[in-house]
Design a protein around this ligand. Structure first.
Ligand SMILES: *Cc1c(COP(=O)(O)O)cnc(C)c1O
Length: 495
């Protein structure tokens, strides 16, 4: 099986080459060249996460041996890295409402699920393809990808990494996690702009032939650890199967009974993995796309028109503060019957005018698969409060956006399908908003985020995650910043 580009102008490549390149040379995104199905997923009902990962990943990475996958999986999903033996446990709070917790990895957000394994897959890819150049990984982050990628790639031989984060667009915890990062192959740079500025800056470098030539003369080759890299997407498909099998094992669903997934969404990577799981044969009823106030996807799903010409809102769910959702391109490619011409036209239009509209058939397909709404900050905090009160379950603000949108879905659709809300970050990672929802105002005024960690641990009876403890005592190692026009120059100066 080869990987093909969503823009149709790049030669098909092996999975190792797709992972190494990150983005296709024609500017498109790689997708599997064939439909992949899982034969009788229920046979894996008692499989551990690591075994399940092996079964799913080998379908997408046929040029990796079982042994190579096994070694990568064991290193990534170990108890040294994850603080829960199930890796991605499901917490059931009622008969119909279940949380899939994806934040038990080292950086306390769901990005670890893919970024713990991506470095191993990439290193193998370099060996398999005889790569001699050093791989330079450029990352634009809305806060969580950066730290997860830094942890995953620190001191990995043959790789170097530069992470760009929006200076004013991340939480104190997220920023601290990044600027204290150790490792002698990593750089962290603040961008005076928002996430879209950082992502566009990085995409421009990938597309710049002169820069690429200079890099290659210096012995470097670019790759990406953002979810435009297929090596990020494939590992995310695993936990959708895992969640379903956990519900089946615990008697929460019957064999073959479809479930809904609610996914707090920004770059459309996580929910796209759910779509692929459905295409592979997982019984899924509705994919519910939850946006925050940057609700460009909600509008798209409901109208078929994508319009990024709106003001960028800074919210309390900063990892979803995104107006250009890159992975939507993959979905559109799949549901138009892989019409690369159409995709190229729409993406050019988005680039040139800031908006595009899909045809009515495509818009209808989107609506059949997805349901979408959004929650603003007030609704998000209220939902943290309410779910804590009703179920004694503590959510971070991203997960709470999901829960708030699920409530709207129930009001609109009257659907009794069992539903899994994807919990994308630990409440400790975004403790300011969580404390605001759960703790008396008097007790939290003038407290730093580090003091709030203690209060929140007391209130919820949960331990402070390893990755967030003592962050305030670590030395700051990265103080560089750049304005949005100098991202390219910064990269050239760092290597
Ligand atoms: C990245 C992230 C999201 C959004 O995921 P996408 O794949 O970009 O849609 C949601 N919540 C958290 C906590 C995240 O880190």
């Amino acid at each position: 099986m080869r990987y093909i580009s969503s823009r149709g102008k790049a030669a098909p490549v092996s999975s190792a080459e797709a992972i190494k390149a990150g983005i296709a040379p024609d500017g498109g995104l790689f997708v599997p060249g064939e439909q992949i199905t899982v034969n009788n997923p229920e046979r894996l009902i008692n499989a551990h996460y690591r075994e399940l990962a092996g079964e799913i990943l080998k379908l997408f990475l046929p040029d990796y041996t079982d042994e190579e996958l096994r070694v990568s999986i064991n290193k990534a999903y170990s108890l040294e890295k994850f603080d829960n033996p199930e890796i991605a446990p499901v917490q059931s709070v009622s008969e119909n409402m279940h949380f899939l917790e994806l934040w038990h990895g080292p950086t306390c957000a769901f990005k670890d699920m893919a970024l713990q394994i991506l470095p191993h897959l990439l290193k193998k890819a370099m060996e398999k393809t005889g790569e001699k150049a050093e791989i330079l990984i450029l990352v634009a982050t809305s806060g969580d990808t950066g730290k997860a990628a830094l942890e995953g790639f620190r001191d990995v031989p043959g790789t170097r990494m530069v992470v760009f984060y929006p200076e004013e667009g991340v939480s104190e915890m997220q920023k601290r996690q990044m600027i204290t990062q150790e490792g002698n192959n990593v750089h962290v740079v603040a961008v005076k702009g928002n996430f879209d500025d950082a992502q566009s800056g990085v995409k421009d470098i990938f597309a710049d032939d002169t820069v690429r030539e200079r890099m290659s003369a210096g012995g470097y080759k670019f790759s990406s650890a953002n979810s435009i890299n297929w090596g990020r997407l494939a590992p995310q498909i695993v936990y959708y199967f895992g969640a379903y099998l956990a519900l089946l094992r615990n008697g929460r669903v019957k064999s073959g009974e479809p479930v809904n997934f609610v996914v707090p969404t920004g770059n459309f990577g996580n929910i796209l993995a759910a779509y692929y799981a459905k295409q592979m044969g997982l019984p899924v009823q509705k994919l519910i796309c939850a946006s925050n106030q940057n609700n460009v996807l909600t509008e798209f799903i409901n109208t078929g028109a994508y319009n990024r010409k709106r003001s960028f809102v800074r919210t309390i769910s900063p990892s979803m503060d995104i107006l250009i959702s890159s992975n939507l391109e993959r979905l559109l490619f799949e549901i138009t019957g892989r019409d690369a011409g159409k995709i190229t036209r729409w993406m050019d239009e988005l680039n040139n005018t800031g908006s595009y509209s899909v045809d009515s058939t495509t818009a209808k397909t989107v609506k059949d698969l997805f349901w979408s709404d959004y929650a603003d900050d007030t609704a998000t905090v209220d939902t943290i409060k309410q779910v804590y009160k009703d179920y004694n379950y503590t959510m971070d603000p991203h997960t709470a956006v999901g829960a708030a949108v699920y409530k709207k879905y129930l009001a609109s659709a009257n659907d009794t399908t069992k539903t899994v809300i994807v919990s994308t970050a630990s409440p400790f990672k975004f403790n300011e908003s969580v404390a605001q929802a759960l703790i008396n105002q008097n007790d939290i005024t003038r407290k730093t985020e580090f003091e709030l960690l203690e209060l929140l641990a007391e209130k919820t009876g949960q331990p402070i995650p390893r990755g967030l403890r003592n962050l305030d005592q670590k030395p700051v190692l990265h103080e560089k910043s750049t304005d949005i026009n100098n991202i390219k120059k910064t990269v050239l100066s760092l290597i």
